[in-house]
Design a protein around this ligand. Structure first.
Ligand SMILES: Cc1cc2nc3c(=O)[nH]c(=O)nc-3n(C[C@H](O)[C@H](O)[C@H](O)COP(=O)(O)OP(=O)(O)OC[C@H]3O[C@@H](n4cnc5c(N)ncnc54)[C@H](O)[C@@H]3O)c2cc1C
Length: 634
């Protein structure tokens, strides 16, 4: 068993599972560990193997630098920088939005123009990165965050399109994929699998997955499983008749409102939360909203009480749209939407990913960091570089240049640019962009950002799920419990990358975990969540995750000593901008994001948060829009 350069299986078990052994016998939770102060040496934890091992979720360095920035710890001027470089364009942030800006730059640049992308993490991709494991010689890749998509409609003129269809066509992403067949001697049970980490939560598509619901009983620590509850119309779920009726009514609700235009939908729906819609218009009990939280909080950061009914209409949720056709399937590349990031990068800096332009090479090829930042390239990318100050030289309206200061390896560096695209979130921009006009500050002040944790557990086998007849689990979380849902995907097969789908072979079990506290004010929910996310050490999370797994799966044979090969935590402090009621303009039609989407002077803003609910194609559109706004300033 290999765990990468620093961890042997024995080391890992000694560190990770201390205390769990006793619990195996009686299935009691292991004793609580001492919680190490935030960002202590045991905060970050094991990172897997491969190119992404030093960059899983927010790195301690990125978090600490960001906090220092928030507390005013960095200068804005060039007085303390080591050197000053000149570029025509600087793009801050190498997530999908930054890459969308870079793609447009690379197509529209005039001869001699130069661009530098800066990102504060050791690997590009932002929230679209991947984890990699080697379990007994089996290579396993899973997403750190952004993980799935619907294959968009084909377009003959990508330039005339936007969002997913545009970039899908422009980047030449394939439309047919190979998953593992479930059959043969290993497949004693007719199990179904989500291709990604969301589909099993989506009304209408959940039937594609064998989903188990775990209901706690009145005896502490005990519960019962109900499998495929929606197919059985909840008949097998231990619920009261009233709750069952409420959930079925919610689940069966088609579109109860119809709109002639999107603008009409915004004005009618962006004035209330989805929970308000369910209770006031559909007259449903709170159980419907709490069930809807599972998907909404997973996709938007907070639950039904916080999310605009307009987003529920877009996503789509019961009561506002018809169920999705059952045969509509999502797709997830091995590393989730890091696959799109790799496509962008291969187009922009071909040497950055080893191999050819084939799907296999782009998706599974090794990253060549040395190719990113070579002198003379029209587009360069510099990682581990936190931008701490962006400001026009002189008045924004008349200035010819923007001063950029960034921190790298404990030193400050300067750049003078003709224009800057901030492909970063508002929580960061408020501190970095020093001459931001008051109206932008006020607009950004209305944004709310929610934290999120993706925990990927590499398993040596998943017999304990197979025995239950499930590939995804949803549970009734108890006091001190961890998470709400987890699943294994049917892993995409890509060339020589052939991960197994066999209960006696390794796989990745992913816990997509939001921090929502229904009923509390939005900011209180996100602050509580962020405090927990950032102040909990890796061993403490390990303890909580394995304890939860024991609660759920000990009876079906889960044994952490034997079954767990590794755990990677991907902590996202500001994972999602929460699309609350009014985010899109509400009844007035005036949305804070409309202000931010306009450039001022030589600075423009691009981040998926401006799209409302975050998604890869619209993220790239924001970058393209920002470049187009500044193109004449270069
Ligand atoms: C858990 C999770 C699951 C998701 N699932 C999906 C999904 O299934 N499908 C989908 O389409 N979308 C999904 N998303 C949304 C996804 O985040 C977006 O689609 C998109 O990847 C975001 O791109 P971005 O460029 O806007 O932002 P980011 O990915 O946040 O990129 C911004 C980059 O800028 C860097 N940065 C910030 N400040 C600075 C600074 N001062 N200096 C230098 N660099 C800085 C950040 O570290 C980051 O690398 C998911 C998001 C999360 C959190």
């Amino acid at each position: 068993m290999r765990f990468g350069p620093h961890i042997t299986r024995r080391d890992f078990l000694n560190g990770a599972l201390l205390g769990v052994g006793g619990a195996l016998l009686g299935c009691r939770p292991p004793p609580r560990r001492h919680i190490t102060p935030a960002l202590g040496p045991d905060w970050y934890g094991y990172g897997g193997i491969g190119d992404y091992r030093w960059s899983h979720g927010n790195t301690p360095d990125a978090v600490e630098t960001a906090h220092r920035l928030r507390d005013g710890g960095f200068p804005a001027d060039f007085a303390r920088v080591e050197r000053i470089e000149d570029y025509d364009l600087v793009i801050v942030g190498a997530g999908v939005a930054g890459l969308g800006a870079a793609l447009e730059y690379s197509k529209k640049r005039k001869a001699g123009q130069t661009c530098l992308m800066l990102d504060n993490h050791p690997i590009f991709g932002g929230e679209a990165k991947e984890n990699e494991f080697d379990v007994s010689g089996v290579r396993l890749i899973g997403p750190q965050g952004s993980n799935g998509f619907f294959v968009p409609a084909a377009v003959s003129d990508p330039e005339g399109a936007s969002g997913d269809p545009r970039y899908y066509a422009e980047l030449g992403v394939p439309r047919e994929f190979r998953l593992r067949d479930w059959g043969g001697p290993a497949a004693e049970k007719p199990l179904r699998f989500s291709p990604d980490n969301y589909e099993y939560l989506v009304r209408g598509l959940e039937g594609q997955t064998s989903v188990g619901h775990f209901f706690r009983t009145s005896t502490p620590g005990e519960g019962t499983w109900a499998i495929d509850v929606w197919e059985r119309r909840l008949a097998n779920a231990p619920l009261s008749a009233t709750v069952r009726a409420t959930l079925l009514q919610w689940h069966n609700s088609g579109a109860t409102r119809h709109f002639a235009s999107d603008e009409q939908a915004v004005r009618a729906l962006d004035v209330m939360s989805y929970e308000e819609f369910l209770t006031k218009e559909l007259h449903l009990g709170p159980e419907a909203a709490r069930y809807a939280d599972l998907f909404l909080a997973s996709a938007c950061g907070l639950g039904s009480d916080a999310i605009s009914a307009y987003v529920a209409y877009q996503l789509p949720m019961p009561g506002l749209t018809e169920p999705l056709p059952r045969d509509l399937r999502r797709v997830s590349f091995p590393g989730g939407n890091s696959g799109f990031v790799r496509y962008f990068l291969k187009r922009l800096i071909p040497d950055a990913i080893a191999g050819t332009d084939s799907f296999e090479d782009i998706i599974t090829g090794r990253i060549n960091l040395a190719a990113l930042d070579r002198a003379g390239q029209p587009l360069r990318m510099r990682l581990r570089s936190t931008v701490v100050s962006v400001e026009h030289e002189g008045e924004p309206a008349s200035s010819g240049t923007v001063k950029v200061v960034y921190a790298r390896d404990g030193r400050l560096h300067g750049i003078r640019a003709r224009a800057v695209i901030m492909a970063t979130g508002g929580w960061m921009n408020l501190h970095v962009v020093r001459d931001m006009p008051a109206a932008y500050r006020a607009a950004y002040g209305q944004f709310v950002h929610a934290p999120y944790l993706v925990a990927n557990v590499a398993l040596t086998n998943w017999r304990f799920l197979h025995r239950l007849g499930i590939t995804a689990a949803i549970w009734d979380r108890g006091e001190g419990g961890f998470g709400y849902t987890c699943n294994i995907r049917n892993p995409m097969q890509v060339g020589r990358y052939q991960p197994p789908l066999d209960p006696d072979q390794p796989t990745i079990l992913s816990f997509y975990t939001p921090f929502h506290h229904p009923g509390l004010p939005l900011r209180e929910q996100t602050t509580r969540g962020r405090t927990e996310l950032l102040s909990t050490s890796y061993p403490e999370y390990e303890h909580r995750i394995y304890t939860q797994m024991l609660k759920l799966f000990a009876a079906s044979g889960f044994n952490p000593e034997r079954d767990v090969a590794g755990l990677v935590l991907n902590r996202w402090g500001h994972a999602y901008s929460v699309p609350f009621p009014g985010f899109f303009g509400g009844a007035s039609g005036r949305a804070p994001r409309d202000i931010i989407r306009k450039p001022y002077g030589r600075i423009a803003f691009a981040h998926s948060e401006l799209s409302g609910w975050q998604h890869w194609g619209p993220a790239a559109d924001e970058g393209r829009r920002a470049f187009t706004q500044l193109a004449d300033a270069l």
